[in-house]
Design a protein around this ligand. Sequence first.
Ligand code: ADE
Ligand code: ZN
Length: 326
Amino acid sequence: MALPLLTLPKAELHMHIEGSLEPDMMFALAQRNGISLPYDSVAAVRAAYEFENLQSFLDLYYAGAQVLQTEQDFYDLTWAYLHKCAAQGVRHTEIFFDPQSHCDRGIPYETVHHGITQALRDAKTHLDISSGLILCFLRHLSADAAMATLEQALPYGEDIIAVGLDSSELGHPPSKFQAVFDRARAEGLLTVAHAGEEGPPEYIWEAIQLLKVSRIDHGVRCVEDPALVDYLIEHQIPLTVCPLSNIKLCVFESMAQHNLKQLLELGLCVTVNSDDPAYFGGYLLENMTAAQTALDLSDRQMQQLAHNSFRASFLSPQEKQPFLEP
Ligand code: ADE
Ligand code: ZN
């Protein structure tokens, strides 16, 4: 009997809201805000989504985000993603947002924050989807800029569950952000960080030891360091793995070569996520299906992935419990 993956309750823990900007919404918002795009059509946007590495993607991702201007734009973006969640059996989502990519072009922090959080609240009421919001610092910018962003967000800290670290990984180790993560934790925020996507295992160690993260985002390069793999297993530090992203950004040559199954069979707490679904060709369900097919994952392994997604979430034990029952 085929596993009803669609209706299996799932949580998503690694999704950049700006990365859910579909080309048709990009065009609609550009028109609404009087912005001209360097593309003739939606098809031309899609055709441009051929990446050779993380940076080649980030260049288009930051350019695309410029159509987001008003609170309504951030609301519409978030609401469209949450509708996708509802259609795919995603019952809980912890989403990233990148305030620096908006505030640095003159959009007030409050505009971004209020648009996203209103949609998250509406999703709880109308779609029965719970959520968490994770503020990410752009690691290619300075540690001082990250600290200033944190200070700006703290008055709204009640709505934020954690801080994270994203953007260009190589050359920007977690250690660069130790002070800002210390400050975030002192304010009661949890921490996560992208590490071991393109960067070496040492960056994963730094994220754990210096930033005291609860989860590693990506982390697939951990296999290069057996002691690190042992540590991740022993402490059950979750990895939020993004299969389609890793293929589109050439972290692995093909899905058949992805190490998701190896990580799962080693006993790591791995989860599947969509990262930037509008850019990488699929939301959570498409990521799970692509991995299942290419790696011949069993029904039990698919259930394990769904189980891990709640286990690794920032829901309280009471909130997790209904999703963890066999
Ligand atoms: N920002 C959006 N997607 C990202 C990714 N996969 N890695 C680092 N930064 C990102
Ligand atoms: Zn990411």
